[in-house]
Ligand binder design. Structure first.
Ligand SMILES: [Zn+2]
Length: 77
């Protein structure tokens, strides 16, 4: 069973796809589309990298990691 998606539909569902919020069929359809559509594939890669980067930044700023770092410094004294 193959669902034919248009690029607009793929872009439309891209964020949900990356968040793995889609049902199995839709997810497969998107993955299938990206195997043949370079434009959507690049777009997905771009979004994925952007998200990874945003996650890194927010983790670095998280109060917990800061507290841990301060704790580690204090233990040396
Ligand atoms: Zn496409």
């Amino acid at each position: 069973m193959t669902q034919d998606l248009r690029c607009e539909e793929v872009i439309d569902k891209l964020l949900e796809y990356l968040d793995r919020e889609l049902d199995r069929d839709t997810e497969d359809a998107l993955a299938q589309h990206m195997e043949t559509c370079r434009a959507c594939f690049s777009r997905a890669e771009f979004e994925r990298r952007l998200r990874a980067r945003v996650r890194d930044i927010s983790e670095a700023k998280a109060p917990d990691s800061l507290r841990q770092r301060i704790h580690a410094i204090m233990e040396r004294y």
